[in-house]
Design a protein around this ligand. Structure first.
Ligand SMILES: Cc1cc2nc3c(=O)[nH]c(=O)nc-3n(C[C@H](O)[C@H](O)[C@H](O)COP(=O)(O)OP(=O)(O)OC[C@H]3O[C@@H](n4cnc5c(N)ncnc54)[C@H](O)[C@@H]3O)c2cc1C
Ligand SMILES: *[C@@H]1O[C@H](CO)[C@@H](O)[C@H](O)[C@H]1NC(C)=O
Ligand SMILES: *[C@@H]1O[C@H](CO)[C@@H](O)[C@H](O)[C@H]1NC(C)=O
Ligand SMILES: *[C@@H]1O[C@H](CO)[C@@H](O)[C@H](O)[C@H]1NC(C)=O
Ligand SMILES: *[C@@H]1O[C@H](CO)[C@@H](O)[C@H](O)[C@H]1NC(C)=O
Length: 660
């Protein structure tokens, strides 16, 4: 039976670790972008003749969700440029990709980086400013390529973007297989001409060059006729395409029609050096089949489908956020020192003081806090995960990622981490006030300041961070005077964000942004169209209080007796009775959460327990089956062995050299 229970634990762990690797990628194989990850970034990007432009993003970051459609369109727009540049994406929110993002010093999402040809280890790429249209992106990328080529750091496979000064015949002779020379004539630094050059450079039967319109041999076009296209055949026939139009698309279509080119002919001329090395990974473990793992199939219980929220706060969301913050966002920094280190120490201090964490988690946070205090002037991000491992034991745990419960989105790309972080922040402000607010030493600004420090230095969503810093600079110091202001300031700030994001691409359609709390959840918080701040304060102190947190969905490690505050419970029930809007379906969920069966030291629901029993049973059966089959096989082999060598059957003797 020992092995049975060990098996159950193992099985549980596998189960847990498999459901947490949910693929929230914003891109898939149908998009014209190369999806990179830790197994193939180096093998794919380093050492290629083509340049690369890579978007480092995070699947939970709102601006990345907004930007993804543009990046896809851009990828499609330049898909024929792959001889010169390829478009890639890498998701920094995936644990295993963190080292790559750290090496490339990605401090915010999305970050777009350009890599010239034959990139080597240590080249962190050059960051591109944040651009929002396909056209701007194309121009920025082109400028980079033109510069590199001018400085002789291009490569032979690239389209030649520099103005051509020689004769057409030499040009045709210099390129084997070329039957036509296509000259694109335009004023200097024409992005249209450059784009066209790259669009067409992949066709083996043509050679395309850029002619500066002020050169003598093309002066006849003047300025009105630009851009112009001239086609010269091998036997010297010249033709100007008169009806080619003036836009890149029109001209490309006209040229392709004229020369009977189609996209199937592409790519025969040049090929990226590393093209065949796909799968040349770094001995990565087998992939888990991520397609099967989505919230909908595995965890019908975790996503609330109704429009009206029930504002239950879940510990698992907080643990996920804290864990991601430390092992991911903090670990992604190259070095943490100076102001950054102070911010980290202060945030950890607040977590240790006010997060109503489980004892093991509390113990871990406290040890990690000590580590940051006693590790000299700087901490290397690449060491953080080692430190995390070394600080863990059965009494000190940084929980691994579990499926989100309150912060579960209707699709993996929605909600999750930023939602968990907000939740953590509210829990911190509320519990700092409940615990210490009345004490003499309490400094009202401190909790919000520590939160600000984390957001400023570590929160990877750069826009969010900037907005939050602006909000803090605007009125935090002037409006936080007494303890309760801490809670209300964060609540107001969060509502400003909710207002701004209403209808945004990052909004989960199942969880529309609304002013919080909704009149349905807290009728007394509203007076007509306005909030009653006094009631809101009471409500926030109720739902975010230590005793109101639900432990549903937290990892199965022993939970110590929890001191459920009856008063809080009654208050919560009171609020809920008021709200007539609550849909019965949700009530079911509530009652499951707050049912008397839950009234003890263990916060598992019936479903949790039966699931575990089921898992336990299943694993026992599997272990028994494996054991039986091994024993039977061993016996069979032994018999065969004995028969073959005609040895007497010494049942208790040593195993005669058969290793199974
Ligand atoms: C500090 C910070 C700044 C951000 N700034 C931006 C930004 O500028 N641009 C951007 O696109 N995204 C920003 N985000 C992300 C964005 O606010 C949401 O977190 C994200 O879109 C997920 O939304 P959600 O529906 O899960 O609810 P969230 O807004 O994440 O809220 C989580 C939970 O908190 C509760 N809640 C909601 N409002 C309040 C309130 N006023 N007071 C108390 N509790 C509340 C609700 O129960 C809600 O489910 C920011 C996130 C953080 C943590
Ligand atoms: C890829 O994503 C798009 C939406 O962005 C979706 O419509 C499509 O079905 C996905 N394709 C695959 C193969 O997953
Ligand atoms: C890198 O690996 C991921 C995951 O295995 C895969 O989806 C992607 O297509 C790979 N990319 C390349 C360029 O091989
Ligand atoms: C709401 O607030 C506005 C301005 O603060 C005020 O004019 C209005 O009367 C208030 N409405 C109610 C119903 O109290
Ligand atoms: C929880 O149990 C205690 C006694 O153990 C009891 O007094 C209390 O009423 C119970 N609460 C609920 C909600 O069942």
């Amino acid at each position: 039976m020992r092995s049975g229970s060990a098996g159950a634990v193992l099985l549980c762990l596998c189960f847990i670790s498999s459901i947490t690797s949910i693929d929230a990628s914003l891109y898939n194989s149908t998009d014209d972008v190369v999806i990179l990850d830790h197994t193939n970034f180096t093998a794919t990007v380093h050492g290629t003749e083509n340049a690369w432009v890579v978007e480092f993003y995070s699947s939970w970051c709102g601006h990345c969700i907004q930007f993804a459609p543009t990046w896809k369109l851009f990828g499609r727009d330049v898909r024929d440029w792959e001889h010169t540049i390829k478009v890639g994406v890498l998701d920094c929110s995936v644990d295993e990709n963190v080292p790559i993002c750290r090496e490339h010093e990605i401090m915010g999402y999305p970050t777009v980086k350009l890599f010239a040809a034959r990139t080597t280890k240590g080249d962190i790429g050059s960051a591109m400013p944040h651009l929002t249209t396909v056209e701007q992106l194309g121009e920025a990328v082109t400028d980079f390529l033109v510069e590199k080529q001018k400085a002789n750091s291009g490569s032979k496979s690239w389209a030649d973007l520099q103005p051509y000064k020689g004769t057409v015949q030499t040009l045709l002779e210099s390129v084997s297989g070329a039957e036509w020379a296509v000259l694109v004539i335009d004023k200097t630094k024409s992005h249209t001409a450059w784009a066209l050059l790259m669009d067409l450079a992949g066709y083996p039967s043509i050679v395309v060059r850029y002619k500066d319109a002020d050169q003598d041999d093309v002066k006849q076009f003047g300025t009105a006729g630009l851009p112009a296209v001239m086609i010269v055949s091998k036997d010297g026939k010249e033709e100007v395409l008169n009806d080619a139009g003036k836009s890149r698309d029109e001209m490309r279509t006209a040229i392709m029609k004229k020369l009977m080119l189609n996209r199937e002919m592409l790519g025969k001329k040049t090929s990226s050096v590393k093209e065949d090395r796909e799968g040349a990974g770094d001995g990565q473990p087998e992939e888990i089949n991520k397609d099967k793992l989505n919230y909908g199939d595995d965890l019908p219980d975790t996503a609330f489908t109704s429009m009206e929220r029930n504002d239950q706060v879940f510990m698992v969301d907080i643990e996920n956020a804290v864990s991601y913050a430390i092992s991911h966002e903090v670990a992604q920094h190259k070095v943490i020192k100076g102001e950054k280190l102070l911010a980290l120490q202060e945030f950890l201090d607040i977590l240790v003081r006010y997060l109503p964490a489980r004892p093991q988690v509390h113990s871990f946070l406290s040890k990690f806090h000590h580590y940051t205090l006693n590790h000299g002037n700087s901490i290397e991000g690449s060491k953080v995960n080692e430190v995390i491992s070394s600080l863990q034991n059965k009494d000190s745990v940084l929980p691994s990622q579990q499926p989100w419960v309150g912060c579960a989105g209707s699709e993996p790309k929605y909600r999750g981490y930023p939602c968990g972080l907000w939740t953590t922040f509210h829990v911190l402000t509320v519990n700092s006030v409940l615990q210490d607010g009345a004490k003499k030493f309490y400094r009202p600004l401190r909790t919000v300041k520590a939160i600000h420090g984390y957001v400023k230095h570590f929160f990877g969503c750069s826009y969010c961070s900037e907005h939050f810093q602006a909000m803090y600079a605007e009125d935090a110091e002037s409006s936080i005077k007494v303890a309760d202001d801490t809670i209300l300031w964060l609540w107001r700030g969060h509502n400003k964000v909710n207002k701004r994001l209403k209808g945004d691409a990052s909004e989960d359609p199942q969880h529309p942004k609304q002013q919080f709390p909704s009149p349905g959840a807290c009728p007394s918080c509203w007076q007509g169209e306005n909030f009653s701040e006094r009631e809101v304060l009471t409500y926030l102190k109720t739902i975010y209080a230590k005793g109101a947190l639900s432990f549903r969905g937290t990892q199965i490690i022993p939970i110590p007796p929890r001191n459920r505050q009856e008063k809080v419970q009654q208050q919560l029930d009171g609020y809920r009775q008021h709200s007539q809007v609550l849909i019965s379906h949700q009530d079911n969920k509530l009652s499951r959460d707050q049912s008397p069966q839950n009234n003890g030291s263990w916060s598992f629901t019936n479903t949790d327990i039966s699931l575990c029993v089921l898992l336990y049973g299943a694993s026992t059966i599997i272990i028994m089956a494996v054991y039986c089959s091994v024993v039977i096989r061993r016996k069979m082999r032994r018999r065969k062995f004995l028969e073959t060598y005609k040895l007497p059957n010494t049942a208790d003797g040593p195993n005669p050299g058969v290793s199974t």
